[in-house]
Design a protein around this ligand. Structure first.
Ligand SMILES: Nc1ncnc2c1ncn2[C@@H]1O[C@H](COP(=O)(O)OP(=O)(O)OP(=O)(O)O)[C@@H](O)[C@H]1O
Ligand SMILES: [Mg+2]
Length: 252
């Protein structure tokens, strides 16, 4: 099997006159930390919504681990390992971090039809939850209610909740939005470590160019539904079309 995790073939989507994807063709390789960038309205969030099943494309195909998933519903994609992080909606403020992670861990077990068995094996669920909390750097706050978290820690908890679904490919839409520099450095280090660990392939949509260029191994630049740049951070920084689109912004 080759190293391609997800392939997009001739994917198109428009909302009336607004083209958000026009015959997009690219693949995402296992283990390669990829960022999708582009100006406001480029189609980044719409692309994530299409790939994860929230919005149907007008045409084209999405192949995940060799399987055509273009018409598969969200939950089926999640079970196959294609996930995105959700924002606050999934966090229960009055529950502890442990409980917030235990809920999706148990839900995954139940879907795997081993719910009763896993409850009997309480220790294993506990171990899995602790492992996830450790991975996102929140293990020491396991018993703290989620409502007491700082903004940055809350975003880390969201990543932890997404990890509970055991994703193979995880999309994060602006993971550092609203964070202070300390929180930002921390979540980036976490994402880097998680990616290096190898189980999960990350694709990040991000506006902060410092973040994008320091974190990513590959950068895909979207502009009005077209890919205008695709390569290593260095290649993308040197791309004249990318520089033109970002004129006035820092592509230094
Ligand atoms: N459900 C919708 N109905 C109509 N137009 C939409 C819909 N969703 C997105 N759009 C339009 O599609 C274009 C792309 O939107 P999208 O949210 O994908 O951009 P984005 O690249 O994520 O931008 P941002 O950086 O601001 O988050 C925008 O012009 C937006 O207004
Ligand atoms: Mg967006």
């Amino acid at each position: 099997m080759n190293n391609s995790l997800l392939q997009v073939r001739d994917l198109s989507k428009a909302f009336g006159n607004v083209v958000t994807a026009k015959n997009l063709n690219f693949s995402l390789a296992r283990g390669v930390l990829t960022s999708i960038i582009g100006p406001n309205g480029a189609g980044k969030s719409t692309l994530i919504n299409i790939l994860t099943g929230f919005i149907p494309p007008d045409s084209g195909e999405i192949i995940f681990q060799g399987k055509d998933i273009t018409r598969e519903p969200i939950d089926r994609r999640v079970r196959l390992g294609l996930c995105r992080s959700f924002q606050v909606a999934n966090v229960f403020g009055h529950l502890s971090l442990f409980e917030n992670i235990a809920i999706p861990v148990l839900a995954v077990e139940r879907k795997a039809k081993s719910f009763l068995r896993s409850v009997a094996k309480d220790g294993e669920v506990r171990k899995e939850v602790d492992k996830i909390l450790d991975r996102v750097g929140l293990l020491s706050q396991s018993h703290v209610p989620a409502s007491a978290l700082s903004h940055g820690d809350r975003r880390l908890l969201e990543v932890g909740i997404a990890l509970a679904a055991r994703p193979r490919l995880l999309f994060l839409d602006e993971p550092t939005a609203g964070m202070n520099p300390v929180e930002r450095t921390r979540i980036l280090q976490n994402i880097r470590d998680l990616s290096a660990h190898g189980e999960v392939t990350f694709v990040i949509v991000e506006h902060d160019m410092d973040v994008v260029f320091s974190l990513s191994e590959r950068v895909i630049v979207l502009y009005r539904g077209h890919v205008i740049g695709d390569g290593t951070p260095e290649q993308v920084k040197g791309n004249p079309q990318v520089r033109e689109v970002y004129l006035g912004e820092e592509v230094t």
